[in-house]
Write a protein that binds this ligand. Structure first.
Ligand code: ATR
Length: 272
């Protein structure tokens, strides 16, 4: 029987994961079947159990189940532990194991695909929710000189800074929390990890922050996001949305499951 994989979420209709993993499988000669499933919000753990009991090999987990998956597993990778969320599930020696590939996916897209150098750069991260927590450790590991986390609710940014303070200190990285209003200085890289673009809204930061920077929105859409359109108008050096991150996090999951690393650039280009 073909090895079965799937993505669980709600909503899930627009998920590109089946297309991406099917393309990885074709490219690497791996025989897998990958489906998407919309899971009722109160039936997540039962659905996971049923999937693995019926011989399923691995799951991707997306909104709104990443925290529940984190709580459900028996084993956590270090990145899932620090992210506080799980996007990749598999069985390891019979134990349900959770990993998180979002942060490495973002860093691979920035550094390998876009050739934006994080090392020694000043990075502004907008937002302090689950998505941002998921990327902080890989971002710090890439060696910027400064990371500023700015959020509408300042307390949440302060909490993240304290959770990752030692990681920053060990690497001599300046890590601070600010309100949006305090952001007036220029940055090398600005990463929008808020969900504001979903509502066509903009974090109210000074245009100076983006006017000479590389600007990334962790969301992707057919049209440029509200944040990226604004940044481009304000003179950003380059802008990119989260499609590459989506493909890169999928590639890391594929590698965890299959032990084979797919080529991502042709698939990103095809999806565009
Ligand atoms: P996710 O998993 O996408 O991170 P989340 O944990 O709900 O979801 O976090 C959403 C993030 O987007 C938060 O940082 C939120 O700011 P608050 O912490 O102040 O709620 C931010 N956000 C959502 N809508 C926003 C808006 N219109 N303007 C600015 N920030 C917004």
């Amino acid at each position: 029987m073909t090895d079965r994989y799937a993505v669980f979420g709600n909503p899930i209709e627009h998920s590109l994961s089946p297309v991406i993993h099917t393309a990885f499988a074709a490219q690497t000669g791996q025989a897998i079947d990958y489906q998407r499933h919309r899971i009722d919000v109160d039936k997540f753990s039962a659905a996971v159990e049923e999937f693995f009991n019926n011989g399923g090999c691995g799951l991707n987990i997306t909104v709104p189940f990443k925290l529940e998956a984190y709580r459900l597993v028996q084993e956590l990778s270090q990145s899932a532990q620090r992210a506080g969320a799980v996007n990749t599930l598999y069985k390891d020696g019979g134990r349900l194991t959770g990993d998180n590939t979002d942060g490495i996916g973002l860093c691979n897209d920035l550094q390998e695909n876009l050739k934006w150098s994080i090392k020694d750069s000043r990075v502004l991260v907008l937002g302090a929710g689950g998505a941002v927590r998921g990327i902080l450790l890989p971002l710090l590991e890439a060696g910027p000189v400064q990371v500023i986390i700015a959020n509408r609710t300042l307390d949440k940014a302060v909490k993240l800074v304290s959770q990752f303070g030692t990681d920053a200190l060990d690497r001599r990285i300046e890590l601070h929390a600010h309100s949006f209003e305090e952001i007036r200085q220029p940055f090398d890289i600005v990463i929008n990890g808020t969900s504001a673009s979903l509502d066509k809204q903009l974090p109210p930061i000074s245009p100076r922050a983006v006017s000479n920077s590389l600007c990334y929105d962790m969301m992707y859409a057919a049209a440029p996001t509200t944040f990226l359109s604004w940044a481009a108008r304000e003179g950003a050096k380059s802008v990119a949305d989260g499609l590459g991150m989506l493909v890169e996090q999928a590639a890391e999951s594929f590698y965890i499951w299959r032990g084979v690393r797919p080529q991502t650039q042709s698939i990103i280009a095809e999806l565009r």
